[in-house]
Design a protein around this ligand. Structure first.
Ligand SMILES: Cc1cc2nc3c(=O)[nH]c(=O)nc-3n(C[C@H](O)[C@H](O)[C@H](O)COP(=O)(O)O)c2cc1C
Length: 250
């Protein structure tokens, strides 16, 4: 008899599967979840593809490994022409190891309001968050500032660069854009830290922790947003010849 193969780590969205990663278990679930999939399963499906199916989302082992590179879940704020906004990201990373050259970078999808505000103003702030801030992730990361003034109900002040600084934070960093890189669907912004605002102590909010602890009532909306973003990314992966040349005139 063919031995059960380990398919590696199981996505945190599927707590019931943890510790049961044999192929036959996944195959059984695959059959059970056929109706959930986006357009069902590829006709070429074979066990060797190591695919994993979770309700409403199709993923694979390589994708789960890439997911390990997600950053902490951060709040990004921006200001432009009297308007302020905030969004959530898990793609913010340190871009320098020198304390004398403090830099961070982040990928922001082009269709977000924050993208346009940062592109125009050349400024943004990144907030490290703690685990008690799941509601903030819902407020800033599930709807666009194009549809709602998201910051009006969130206590905040104004920083050195005129950026919104959220009262509740582990720390906030105000940055000027130094450079950008086009990725087709997003812009990678490199920022130089101009001001630091320490906040409260707490366990840093990470992407796996967010996914494992988000209230079940949000899960469907989160998956729908995620799938929509994946569709745009797949349609707009070609790199555009677009270069940031400095802030626009206000
Ligand atoms: C946990 C989490 C991580 C996210 N990471 C990113 C990201 O790295 N880049 C991005 O462009 N959007 C990311 N988003 C999506 C935006 O935060 C979201 O679409 C937001 O509503 C955009 O708001 P805006 O249109 O007001 O700028 C993330 C959302 C969540 C909940």
């Amino acid at each position: 008899m063919r031995p059960a193969r380990s398919l590696g780590p199981v996505p945190s969205e599927v707590p019931a599967l943890r510790g049961r990663t044999g192929f036959s278990e996944l195959h059984r679930l695959r059959c059970r979840w056929t109706a959930w999939g986006r357009g069902g399963y590829p006709a070429s499906f074979t066990p060797d593809q190591n695919r994993v199916y979770i309700p409403g989302m199709q993923t694979d082992m390589a994708y789960e490994l890439l997911r390990q590179f997600a950053s902490p879940v951060v709040a990004i704020t921006s200001a432009w022409q009297g308007k302020t906004n905030g969004m959530i990201s898990d793609s913010a990373v340190r871009a320098s190891i020198s304390p004398n050259v403090p830099r961070l970078s982040v990928y922001i999808h082009k269709w977000h309001l924050s993208h346009d505000m940062i592109w125009q103003s050349g400024r943004f702030s990144i907030h490290l968050l703690h685990r008690g801030q799941l509601d903030l992730v819902h407020q800033l990361g599930f709807v666009s500032g194009r549809d709602r003034d998201k910051l009006s109900s969130i206590p905040h002040g104004t920083g050195k660069l005129g950026l919104p600084i959220l009262d509740d934070r582990v720390a906030a960093f105000e940055m000027r854009v130094l450079n950008t890189m086009d990725t087709g669907y997003a812009t990678h912004f490199l920022g130089h830290v101009e001001a630091v605002h320490p906040g409260v102590e707490g366990e840093i909010l990470t992407a796996p922790w967010f996914r494992a602890n988000m209230p079940p009532a949000w899960a469907e909306e989160w998956r729908a947003n995620y799938r929509k973003a994946q569709d745009v990314i797949e349609a707009r992966s070609a790199i555009e010849d677009r270069h940031w040349t400095g802030p626009a005139r206000s």
